[in-house]
Design a protein around this ligand. Structure first.
Ligand SMILES: Nc1ncnc2c1ncn2[C@@H]1O[C@H](COP(=O)(O)OP(=O)(O)OP(=O)(O)O)[C@@H](O)[C@H]1O
Ligand SMILES: [Mg+2]
Length: 496
């Protein structure tokens, strides 16, 4: 113990006596004591400690005393106390001899220099004497490792822009907008039909944003019952409910703190939650259910929907103010039928993934099989295409897929097998590799392009001219006009 020169001699000796009696008390009341010197070598153990030697793997005391502590006691922390000079008053030490509750106290000389460490085994068999404490410790340790695993999972980038397959002009434009959005802190709104890749894009935006190292948390609004949505978003204060939620629960805003919150199927959000969501976004604070405390958060929102939000606003089923709040960086994700040129690469990428997951051979397609796939309307877009490819992988004996195989699977999936046109679709597919034909007058080329687009639109809408005009973004009158000019009104089949 350190001598205190300010104390009178009497007090000094009393203090020394006190120190000695405390030492004696520990020596008898504890389960064992050891001393290490400034070089972390064991210099002394008491009689009780000697009992542990066989369990630690030593027959004779001289194989233990006189040796570096780290080589005779696994997981010891004595050298840490030597290095820092700070005591570890209570700790659990587990090694081959068992689990012990230990205490480690630095010893100092008159100048305060650390000259050794006293190690005390306070309890052996803590599993019987300290059962509740040990159980709690074990549980916390388990919770911690689970939380760490979850966090690592969340942070792992699931998809990047490279996972968004396609190089058509439409896809290039989407990626350009999404890359720009990634750099901004404003909300992003992903609009597009089902299965067009909105979720994939949301992940990619997060991964390319400065928040990439922080959590990506998603809430599928359509999948959570309306009554639970609020708790899901904002959390529940401890004691707000009896039963399972007694301990309270963090909301997704809190979990996404510092990262990205993905609001999937935004158009399905009930009005009552929309009000609260808007307030949370405006204030940057949420109030967990049953609490009167506001919790601040820092979250970038990416929302997605396949519904027509503007229409929902007009029907008063979606709040206009929330719509404007989220519609800062809208990105329209095009359906597959607007980018048929991507179908061959998509088929290849999807088949590669399917083969890797099933450890099967990767499918290859004959030109006519590929053309048949490219001719489809794909209402479910890439998800639907993927399903068909999975079916093909499951059902085909050979990895080489012919048009017949495709037709069979399409028919079973309830997808009408459209006749494979020899014109537009194949031309679409080969548009990048087409050999240069001689330059023709511009008007002729424009006309040909227009015919091709109209033919395609009519085929997709099964000849419904109003729908075809809508798809093409032209008036019905103009469509009729063109058809008439091509002499196609009487027999438009030549175009379909
Ligand atoms: N460009 C793409 N390249 C490769 N795979 C894609 C692409 N777009 C989508 N996918 C795949 O298609 C499937 C559907 O995509 P995703 O779930 O992102 O669509 P979504 O727009 O969120 O659809 P929904 O509105 O129905 O939720 C996923 O398996 C996804 O990985
Ligand atoms: Mg989705």
């Amino acid at each position: 113990m350190t001598r205190d020169d300010r104390l009178p001699r009497d007090a000094q000796s009393i203090l020394e006596l006190a120190a000695r009696s405390m030492f004696d008390l520990f020596a008898t009341a504890s389960e064992g004591m050891m001393l290490v010197d400034r070089h972390a070598r064991v210099v002394w153990i008491n009689d009780q400690y000697r009992r542990f030697l066989p369990a630690l793997g030593f027959e004779r005391e001289e194989d233990f005393v006189g040796h570096p502590v780290s080589s005779v006691v696994q997981n010891t922390q004595m050298h840490q106390v030597l290095a820092t000079g700070k005591p570890i008053l209570i700790d659990l030490l587990t090694n081959r001899a068992g689990t012990f509750v230990v205490s480690r106290i630095p010893l100092r000389d008159g100048d305060g220099t650390v000259i050794g460490v006293l190690g005390i085994v306070l309890f052996d068999h803590p599993e019987t004497t300290l059962q509740p404490l040990i159980t709690k410790f074990a549980r916390l340790e388990q919770d911690l490792s689970e939380a760490r695993r979850e966090l690592a999972n969340q942070r792992r980038t699931k998809y990047t822009f490279a996972s968004f397959v396609g190089s058509s002009p439409a896809v290039q434009e989407v990626k350009r907008q999404a890359r720009r959005a990634a750099q901004s802190a404003s909300p992003v709104l992903l609009l597009g039909e089902t299965g067009t890749g909105k979720e994939l894009l949301a992940h990619a935006i997060h991964a390319a944003s400065p928040r990439a190292g922080r959590p990506f948390v998603s809430v599928n609004v359509a999948a959570v019952p309306d009554t639970l949505l609020e708790a899901e978003f904002f959390g529940v204060a401890p004691g707000a409910y009896t039963g399972a939620d007694r301990k309270g629960r963090d909301g997704k805003f809190r979990l996404a703190d510092g990262g990205t919150l993905f609001l999937d199927e935004l158009g399905d959000m009930p009005m009552s939650v929309q009000v609260k969501l808007l307030r949370a976004l405006q204030e940057g604070e949420v109030e967990p259910l049953g609490s009167n405390r506001l919790v601040r958060f820092d979250v970038r929102v990416v929302a997605a929907t396949s519904r027509d939000l503007a229409q929902l606003v007009r029907e008063a089923r979606f709040r206009e103010d929330l719509y404007y709040r989220l519609n800062v960086l809208p990105i329209r994700v095009p359906p597959l039928r607007e980018r048929r040129g991507d179908i061959p690469v998509l088929v290849e990428a999807l088949c590669e993934d399917i083969a890797a997951r099933s450890a099967g051979a990767q499918l290859e397609f004959s030109a006519s099989a590929l053309a048949l796939l490219a001719a489809q309307v794909w209402r479910g877009n890439i998800r639907e295409l993927r399903n068909v490819l999975e079916q093909l992988a499951l059902r085909s004996d050979s990895p080489l897929i012919e048009a017949d195989d495709v037709a069979r699977v399409l028919a079973d999936a309830g997808l009408p097998a459209l006749p494979v046109p020899n014109g537009p679709v194949l031309a679409d597919l080969t548009e990048h590799s087409e050999p240069a034909t001689g330059v023709r007058p511009l008007a002729e080329q424009v006309d040909a392009l227009e015919r091709r687009a109209v033919a395609q639109a009519l085929r997709e809408t099964r000849g419904n001219r109003a729908a075809a005009a809508r798809l093409l973004g032209m008036s019905r009158a103009r469509l009729y006009d063109r058809l008439e000019a091509w002499g196609a009104l009487s027999n438009e089949k030549t175009y379909v």
